[in-house]
Design a protein around this ligand. Structure first.
Ligand SMILES: Cc1ncc(COP(=O)(O)O)c(C=O)c1O
Length: 404
């Protein structure tokens, strides 16, 4: 892919916000974006350019028929090192979403390369504080201008980025959850297992209902019988019983979360008994009442781990783990957030460090004014306790050397 790069001019650079508790989530966007168009059966003109508004006709198909999908992932920084966490999985899932909505696939390796370059260019926008990150939002929309229900012949793909703090303003604290037995998020055979834009619009009314009970998120039950637990908010859910950690099996209406998969692999690696199965809501409620349920937590890229403090179901309240963060939630949160910034041994191969050796000379020259040859091996890295098992062990140069 011949990636064209246009850097923002000095005078058009935005002011980078302060990376503190006011940063919030999804409020600020960096200086550049990646963009390409699908025309005549191929992706064309891939480029990184200054962040800009889109100029689209009101007859653009995505506005009418909702043929739009997206992803959410993060890049991390620690001591001048840049890290990605299972980014390829996000891009593969996006191609699966595209298949479900009859949209074109893209080349995962090429888009991964563009994302690495975008992250590298935007390195100043990445907070260097645990729990903070650069959030990346790959998006694909149908852009043919036509009214008529069919798949579009033209598409736009873009990736925007912005610094984010912890997803919940109150931080890593238990949240209260409304169990909706009226509205559903998705049905089997529908688009629930795709990251389709419409799924999120469909979730809003139940969220509004939950707010009446002071609940910030909704627990979704299955769309047919309202009998089985599916997801919580925009997260997958785990229930820790005394003898078993359970998450609903992927049924076709559940989004196959990357964090869900990571938690499954990590807890199995820790030797825990973990089961993917149908989880009846009655079993969850009975387990809370009898004490068999030790803790419940949501898992997703934005919040990583989000403990549940209380459920509201059919006008009754059910407190979980005394309304406190459970031991397993805390352990997983600490482990994953450390892993993401290279502070844990990466035995499962989840973490990728971005290195200057990932890039060609022309790109480095453009960004840094230096060449690869000018990049010396970073002594600090060898001494810093950064996990050397992270992929690309050949990468012994600092991500950002030469940029400051
Ligand atoms: C509906 C839904 N479920 C689950 C998740 C968690 O997925 P992941 O762990 O890949 O962020 C998300 C977030 O992407 C989501 O939107």
């Amino acid at each position: 892919m011949d990636l064209k790069i246009t850097k923002v001019s000095k005078e058009n650079k935005k002011t980078i916000p302060v990376f503190d508790s006011n940063l919030g989530f999804g409020r600020f966007f960096s200086d550049h974006m990646f963009i390409m168009e699908y025309i005549d059966g191929k992706w064309t003109d891939p480029r990184i350019e200054p962040f800009h508004n889109l100029n689209l006709s009101p007859s653009t198909m995505v506005f009418h028929y909702g043929q739009g999908i997206f992803e959410g992932l993060k890049a991390y920084k620690r001591e001048e090192e840049l890290y990605l966490f299972r980014t390829k999985k996000n891009l593969e899932r996006m191609n699966n979403s595209a298949n479900r909505l009859v949209m074109p696939n893209f080349d995962v390796e090429q888009v991964l390369d563009a994302i690495k370059k975008l992250v590298y260019i935007e390195h100043d926008w990445i907070p260097d504080t645990k729990g903070y990150a650069l959030y990346l939002r790959p998006t694909m929309i149908a852009t043919e201008t036509c009214l008529g229900v069919r798949s579009s012949n033209r598409y736009m793909f873009f990736v925007i980025a912005g610094p984010v703090g912890p997803y919940y303003p109150k931080g890593f604290n238990p949240v209260d959850i409304y169990i909706s037995d009226k509205y559903v998020r998705a049905v089997r055979g529908g688009v629930g297992e795709a990251k389709a834009m419409g799924n999120y619009a469909a979730s809003l009314l139940a969220q509004k209902e939950g707010q009446k009970y002071n609940c910030s998120q909704v627990l979704w039950l299955d769309g047919v019988e309202r009998k089985y637990v599916e997801e919580v908010g925009a997260m997958n859910i785990f229930v820790s019983f005394k003898d078993e950690l359970v998450t609903p099996m992927l049924s076709g209406s559940i989004l196959p979360g990357i964090t869900r998969d990571s938690v499954l692999k990590i807890t199995r690696d820790w030797g825990m008994k973990v089961t993917e199965r149908l989880l009846p809501i009655d079993e969850l409620i009975e387990g809370i009442n009898s004490g068999k349920v030790l803790e419940v937590f949501g898992v997703g890229t934005a919040a990583v781990i989000s403990p549940v403090g209380k459920f509201v179901y059919k006008e009754q309240s059910y407190t979980v783990a005394n309304g406190k963060t459970g031991a397993l939630s805390q352990k997983l949160f600490d482990y994953i957030t450390s892993l993401q910034i290279g502070l844990e041994k990466d035995t499962l191969g989840f973490v990728e460090k971005i290195c200057t050796s990932d890039f060609d000379e022309e790109f480095l020259k453009l960004v840094t004014g230096n060449t690869k040859d000018g990049v010396k091996s970073n002594q600090k890295l060898q001494k810093s306790g950064v996990d050397q098992s992270i992929k690309k062990t050949e990468c012994n140069n600092s991500s950002l050397r030469g940029l400051h």
